[in-house]
Design a protein around this ligand. Structure first.
Ligand code: NAP
Length: 287
């Protein structure tokens, strides 16, 4: 219920109509019995500055940040956590006495389902794609202590820029970049294979970024992790699972990055299971 004291949270993006965040956050807020509301906030790129001033004026507590603002918001923040600096993008912002502070909870969200597995110091990782999400994945793998990260990309200039961007990182990132032609040779070392490309999500639901027979090359006890959360499972995860790999989908990352943000804003323990269940319900995955 909205009261005269209800505190404001939200998500800025443009467009924002398809966001899943309000569903997930408001379910948790209700369960926690807090007087907060989480709203979709459409902010056109050229109005970001004005929006932030307005948020400060009306006492917005904090907000999530999505495309196209994840990097554009950096100059407007008074403080950026080392994690967000390493990724070069912010997805969570909150008000402090000094101004707006930003972090990136995608890194911890990505790592969360991997915490159940150990021996990260022995696991080479292969990351497919080198866009925004791949940055959080690489930062997460470095935090886990992955000894070797192989990033596979299709655009050489972007791949070079991606590799270069980690050179002065505070994180110890052991990164090699590769063309897709090299993937068959990388598979045998891929204790962890992560898909960060959109191949496999709508409208490409029948596609996998990796041919089924290549999964035969994976070493024993390997993990295939697809950042895509719908369809569930993706073809990529189906192929991997059929060939004996452990399959992890993107839903948990989505839930965990949101839960960490809500904990930052409210200072309270967050019911992760409620967020997960509401999201599954919303996506029709609870049947
Ligand atoms: P992005 O910045 O656009 O990056 C996409 C990457 O995939 C780029 O490297 C792109 O290569 C590559 N790519 C696109 N189409 C490809 C194709 N047909 N073949 C090979 N490579 C291809 O997108 P993003 O923000 O990183 O998001 C990527 C995926 O992660 C999306 O499916 C998104 O839904 C998912 N995601 C999930 C979560 C979660 O919480 N579960 C969080 C973030 C993102 P070029 O740059 O060379 O075009």
């Amino acid at each position: 219920m909205i009261t005269g004291k209800t505190k404001l949270l939200g998500v800025i993006g443009y467009p924002i109509e398809h966001t899943l965040s309000p569903t997930m956050h408001n379910a948790a807020i209700a369960q926690m019995g807090l007087d907060y509301v989480y709203l979709p906030l459409p902010v056109p790129p050229e109005r970001l500055d004005a929006a932030l001033e307005g948020f400060a004026a009306i006492g917005v507590v904090g907000f999530s940040v999505t495309i196209p603002h994840k990097q554009a918001i950096l100059p407007f923040l008074s403080e950026i956590t080392p994690e967000a600096q390493a990724v070069g993008a912010v997805n969570t912002v909150w008000k402090t006495e000094a101004g707006w502070k930003g972090t990136n909870t995608d890194v911890a969200g990505f790592i969360a389902p991997l915490r159940a597995y150990d021996n990260w110091g022995d696991r080479a990782a292969v990351v497919l794609g080198n866009g925004g999400a791949a940055r959080a994945v690489v930062a997460g793998l470095a935090q886990l202590g992955s000894p070797e990260i192989h990033v596979v990309g299709r655009t050489p200039e972007k791949l070079d820029a991606f590799a270069g961007s980690w050179k002065n990182s505070p994180l110890d990132v052991q990164l090699n970049t590769h063309d897709w032609d090299e993937l068959p040779n990388l598979m045998a070392d891929a204790k962890l294979l992560v898909n960060t490309t959109p191949v496999g999500m709508s409208p490409q639901v029948d596609r996998s970024p990796v041919e089924p027979e290549l999964f035969d090359k994976l070493p024993p006890n390997s993990i295939a992790y697809d950042l895509i959360y719908t369809p569930n499972p993706t073809q990529f995860l189906k192929f991997a699972w059929e060939r004996g790999a452990t399959a992890i989908d993107g839903l948990e990352m989505l839930v965990r990055q949101g839960a960490i943000a809500l904990e930052i804003w409210t200072g309270q323990e967050v019911p992760v299971d409620v967020m997960r269940q509401r999201l599954k319900q919303h996506l029709g995955l609870d049947r």
